[in-house]
Design a protein around this ligand. Structure first.
Ligand SMILES: Nc1ncnc2c1ncn2[C@@H]1O[C@H](COP(=O)(O)OP(=O)(O)OP(=O)(O)O)[C@@H](O)[C@H]1O
Ligand SMILES: [Mg+2]
Length: 284
């Protein structure tokens, strides 16, 4: 769906490249994530892929066509939610969606239904200027799906949302994937990357350091052990066992049968730990 080869971009005012010699591919139907700290180059990469930053180095192919040769029909088939909502503040939520809907030639979603999905039905007729940050983010988010896009770019889709609304947004993204959409998203939230992405690329200082599924990354960098917490005579104890020999471990069997176990966890790494190990940097 997307094939990127040696992609670099330097802002006209910048001394150093904001992104540098990136190689990656996004398969049709997958959720591909860019995970990295502030200033890493996530939004810049998205802006290049969307066609808004010209003069990049390297190749970008979308559906086997070089991006620089794609014309405005590209915007009929993609959806975009920018990091900072760009909405008409004097129009209501519904008027905003209707306005953008009319810009598309093809089939579109029903704006009322989209507002309902992200919990904005009751505020449909309120001016967006009176919206909270989270409300604007949700409106900006659903707007990206108005034209039933097959390729969607989401920049920090859960940023500024409370846990309930973040969950709604994530469930919506997963539903669109099930319906066949390809989704490219950026985040500095490792839980989002973990919950949503089929594959994730770690980006720091404009460079991609590693690409793999969150599961592989966590397994490759964690300990192949389990930690068992149990209580004896009111005091909490914990022991670790090798995962591979767990079934043959007499003391584990004994603990299992004792009925004293409170928790059992395998000790794979968290995505954040992998990030620090691979890049030497923190996400926040
Ligand atoms: N319009 C611009 N002009 C010049 N430099 C820019 C511009 N936008 C971004 N940059 C620079 O490019 C680099 C990458 O920025 P970018 O916005 O892509 O980071 P990001 O990963 O999206 O960060 P965040 O998580 O804060 O959104 C930074 O060094 C930033 O200062
Ligand atoms: Mg950004």
């Amino acid at each position: 769906m997307i094939r990127v080869n040696q992609l670099s971009y330097t802002y006209p005012t910048g001394n150093t490249p904001a992104i540098h010699e990136m190689d990656f591919q996004v398969q049709a139907g997958e959720i591909f994530g860019f995970l990295g700290p502030s200033g890493a180059g996530k939004s810049t990469t998205q802006m290049v892929l969307i066609g808004l930053l010209k003069g990049y180095g390297g190749q970008v192919e979308i559906d086997d066509r070089e991006l620089s040769s794609i014309h405005s029909d590209y915007y009929e088939s993609i959806g975009v939610a920018f990091e900072f909502p760009n909405l008409y503040l004097k129009l209501s939520a519904l008027e905003n969606l209707r306005f953008f809907k009319d810009l598309y030639r093809g089939e579109t979603e029903n704006p009322e239904e989209l507002l309902e999905i992200v919990g904005l039905a009751a505020d449909a007729n309120k001016k967006v200027g009176e919206f909270s940050k989270g409300m604007k983010m949700r409106l900006n988010f659903v707007r990206a799906f108005l034209n039933k896009p097959s390729l969607v770019f989401l920049d920090e889709p859960t940023s500024g949302l409370d846990p309930t609304n973040a969950k709604t947004v994530k469930e919506f993204i997963l539903m669109k994937k099930r319906e066949g959409a390809t989704i490219f998203l950026t985040t500095h939230n490792m839980h989002d990357a973990d919950d949503l992405c089929d594959r994730v690329g770690f980006i720091v200082d404009g460079q991609l350091r590693i690409i793999d599924s969150p599961r592989n990354l966590k397994l490759d960098h964690g300990k192949k052990r389990v930690r068992v917490e149990y209580r004896t005579n009111g005091s909490l104890d914990r022991t670790e066992f090798d995962l591979a020999s767990l079934g043959r471990e007499p003391s584990f069997q004994e603990l299992l049968q004792s009925g004293k176990i409170e928790t059992i966890h395998s000790l794979e790494a968290t995505l954040e730990e992998v990030f620090i190990e691979v890049t030497g940097r923190r996400l926040a």
